[in-house]
Design a protein around this ligand. Structure first.
Ligand code: NAG
Ligand code: NAG
Length: 383
């Protein structure tokens, strides 16, 4: 565009010199189109996409070899659909601009995902003052998943000082909605007394309420832990290499404001198939594509963002895809998700256990709490 304007200016100048107008106009038009074509080409082939496609190809190839827990199909679905969709990229960006302005007219702050409509039943309001963490790992987990919590407590959740910085791990649950809810609640209270690492909010803990859970995480960080430098939302079935994460966060060029990174998802189509677990109705989210977002399995952010996200979420109609919802909030804030310095460190699946790979990654998905303990011990004792 800049060059186009430049050529236009030259054109005007030449016109003044009485060069034959029509031929000149044709030549200039050709040149402008040539330049636009070249810049468009280079944009489409810019680094981040290339890197993503590599990641995507890996994910696709794992599809055939890995048994996928249901909650992870999304990764694969999303990954494959990126390819199918790349040709509509420019059109989609256009649409998203127009559609978003109609969706997100001021909506009421009492919408279901707005975290300040809920309150904490189990809380650790002073823990950040006492420990002054640099990084807080926030793990959404279902109330009954004690085994997953214990596996994390004995592995990456027990890394309290890394590279001289304090790291804290907290678990976030909602209310158990099952028939044994009273029992589960008693056990949670006992577990909380024992470990002092549980946060429980009073929404019903269901898959459909994950957006609320994520926003509750942001609310807790902004109201109870503003002194931390970084926060991370990391799922309970993840392997997390805290050492490598800390190296990334302590790198001199890692910003400590308006920064969020993980596995970046571009241009994901909204799923309109009503039988899908990720179905979102047009009334909930009219735009055909999601804004850029970070895959929910694990993303890390500067701790100024939680408060900004909670504030802006007042105006953004919630939908049940929690990671894409955070993407919509980030877009409204004008915060662009960052590609990690080495995108291959945020993995979904690794095909098989290889120690070298686990020493190199930041996140990867595991199949069970036992696997976490097993791999962790192997990595730790032999590294
Ligand atoms: C956490 O690590 C310490 C050593 O740093 C160890 O003594 C303790 O048993 C570990 N806790 C768990 C739950 O594994
Ligand atoms: C989400 O939580 C709210 C508040 O507890 C509850 O009313 C609602 O039924 C839950 N939604 C789903 C779909 O479970």
């Amino acid at each position: 565009i800049f060059f186009g304007l430049f050529l236009d200016a030259v054109g005007i100048h030449l016109h003044r010199c009485h060069v034959k107008g029509f031929t000149l106009l044709l030549t200039l038009t050709f040149l402008v189109f040539a330049i636009l074509y070249i810049s468009d080409y280079s944009l489409k082939h810019a680094m981040p996409h290339n890197i993503l496609y590599k990641v995507v190809n890996q994910i696709s190839s794992y599809y055939v070899v890995v048994e996928i827990p249901s909650a992870r199909d999304k990764t694969l679905y999303s990954a494959t659909s990126i390819k199918a969709n790349q040709h509509v990229q420019h059109g989609a960006v256009q649409t998203s601009v127009t559609a978003e302005s109609t969706v997100t007219k001021r909506i009421s702050v009492d919408h279901v995902a707005y975290p300040r409509n809920y309150h904490f039943i189990l809380d650790e309001p002073d823990t950040c003052h006492q420990q002054n963490p640099f990084l807080v790992l926030m793990v959404p987990v279902a109330p009954h998943q004690l085994e997953a919590r214990n596996a994390i407590r004995s592995t990456w959740g027990n890394e309290s000082t890394v590279q001289g910085k304090t790291v804290m791990t907290l678990f976030v649950v909602g209310l158990s909605g099952g028939a044994d809810a009273d029992n589960v609640q008693q056990q949670l209270q006992e577990e909380s007394r024992q470990h002092r690492d549980l946060l429980q909010s009073n929404f019903v803990d269901t898959y459909a309420n994950l957006t609320t859970k994520t926003m509750v995480i942001m609310d807790w960080l902004s109201t109870r832990c503003a002194q931390a430098t970084f926060g991370m939302k990391v799922d309970s079935d993840m392997f997390l290499n805290v050492e490598n994460l800390m190296t990334l966060l302590l790198a001199p060029n890692t910003p400590q404001q308006n920064y969020i990174t993980g596995m970046v998802m571009w241009n994901q189509p909204v799923i309109r198939n009503q039988n899908s677990k990720w179905y979102v109705a047009e009334e909930m989210y009219p735009d055909p594509n999601y804004p850029v977002y970070l895959l929910g399995m694990g993303y890390v952010f500067s701790n100024d963002l939680p408060n900004k996200l909670v504030e802006v979420s007042k105006d953004i109609k919630p939908f049940n895809i929690e990671d894409a919802y955070v993407g919509a909030c980030l877009k409204r804030l004008g915060v662009q998700p960052s590609n990690p310095p080495d995108p291959s460190q945020f993995r979904s699946y690794l095909e098989e256990y290889k120690r070298d790979e686990f020493l190199r990654v930041i996140t990867t998905i595991l199949n069970s709490p036992q696997q976490l303990i097993e791999f962790w011990h192997d990595v730790k004792t032999l590294s």
